[in-house]
Design a protein around this ligand. Structure first.
Ligand SMILES: *[C@@H]1O[C@H](CO)[C@@H](O)[C@H](O)[C@H]1NC(C)=O
Ligand SMILES: *[C@@H]1O[C@H](CO)[C@@H](O)[C@H](O)[C@H]1NC(C)=O
Length: 153
């Protein structure tokens, strides 16, 4: 009986760990007329509809699917809070070729950018507009740029 109970507890723990939040498509806007937007952006939100809710202390995955217009061997990722002044999100990993994207990025090919965003505990619970861009690190040319909102809860 005790063994069976332990098995149930372990299984529930495993399901919670591996399941997390399912990814869903999120809405985004264009940054500027010159910067391409991705085809689609998915995020593992804590809610099913509306502005994506992210939980403090947790990691949420973002996935952007796009066709680049340029070739790039060195892609820079930059995410910032679109406040009165732009504030970079803390401790982000700028080198997208280090695991977030398959490099080199080839023009015209369907490409996946996946990023695990950890929400630090110091955020105030609020809705934040953010801007995310991928650029070629050598030429500074935009690859994609998109704006969306997150709700930290
Ligand atoms: C990208 O690189 C390929 C060869 O590696 C080349 O054929 C193509 O013209 C390049 N495209 C652009 C947009 O630079
Ligand atoms: C971008 O290039 C600079 C110098 O050219 C380099 O120091 C930096 O590490 C590069 N960043 C990425 C994300 O590759």
């Amino acid at each position: 009986m005790k063994v069976a109970w332990t098995v149930v507890v372990v299984m529930v723990a495993l399901v919670t760990l591996t399941e997390g939040f399912p990814p869903r498509r999120i809405l985004f806007g264009r940054c500027s007329p010159d910067e391409p937007v991705p085809r689609a952006v998915f995020m593992t939100c804590a809610n099913r509809h509306g502005v994506c809710e992210l939980r403090m202390g947790q990691s949420h995955n973002l996935r952007a699917i796009f066709r680049s217009q340029i070739n790039s061997t060195d892609v820079n990722s930059y995410v910032r809070w679109n406040s009165f002044v732009e504030l970079p999100l803390p401790e982000q990993r700028p080198d997208a070729c280090d695991g977030e994207i398959q490099c080199p990025v080839i023009a015209g090919q369907l490409t996946d950018f996946t990023y695990s965003l950890h929400i630090k505990n110091f955020w105030l619970r609020n809705e934040y507009p953010v801007i995310w861009s991928l650029t070629d690190n050598e030429t500074d040319e935009p690859i994609i740029c998109f704006k969306f909102k997150i709700n930290i809860v």
